[in-house]
Write a protein that binds this ligand. Sequence first.
Ligand code: SAM
Length: 175
Amino acid sequence: EVYVLRLGHRPNRDKRVTTHVALVARALGASGFIMEGNDESVFKSVEKVKELWGRRDFVVQSVKNGRKFVEDWRRNGGRAIHLTMYGEGLNSKVGELRSQSPLLLIVGAEKVEGWYFRNVDYNVAIGHQPHSEVASVAIFLDRIYMGEELDIQYSDAKLRILPQRAGKRVVRVGS
Ligand code: SAM
């Protein structure tokens, strides 16, 4: 099981990116999204997607203090993985990480406090170039699940896509 913790959300600037972190987590097989701080508009968007496209058990949670959440997570036996371009390369760690659960992926917005670098189990880089928290979460999940997450179907979905070579077909499958 993988959960994603989003740090440093700035309500004025990060609504879209934070929402995308949560949607990618849900779509690519993670079990939940936790955000330090609160932003109703982010939670609303994610709940709307859950309602229509399924995975209503996907956890969406706000916490006041990310550090405390990480401490509790590790105390309860979970592994904490901070995604940062300064960390150890994913290729060298993915095998080891695949056998561990639950995993907490931590991603930042701007600068992440030094505390996280020192108090997690792993600092993992998705390549050693600066890019994006959305891409980092996506690639991490894809590598952990080895592509199988792309075939996930949620049994509680109301809508399902019938893949087309061209055009769009969506069927209503539940109530
Ligand atoms: N400039 C910021 C810093 O120095 O930490 C990074 C900002 S980046 C837009 C936001 C987040 O994306 C980072 O906190 C990290 O979690 C993630 N990220 C960006 N590039 C990454 C990489 N190459 N590997 C892993 N995570 C990365």
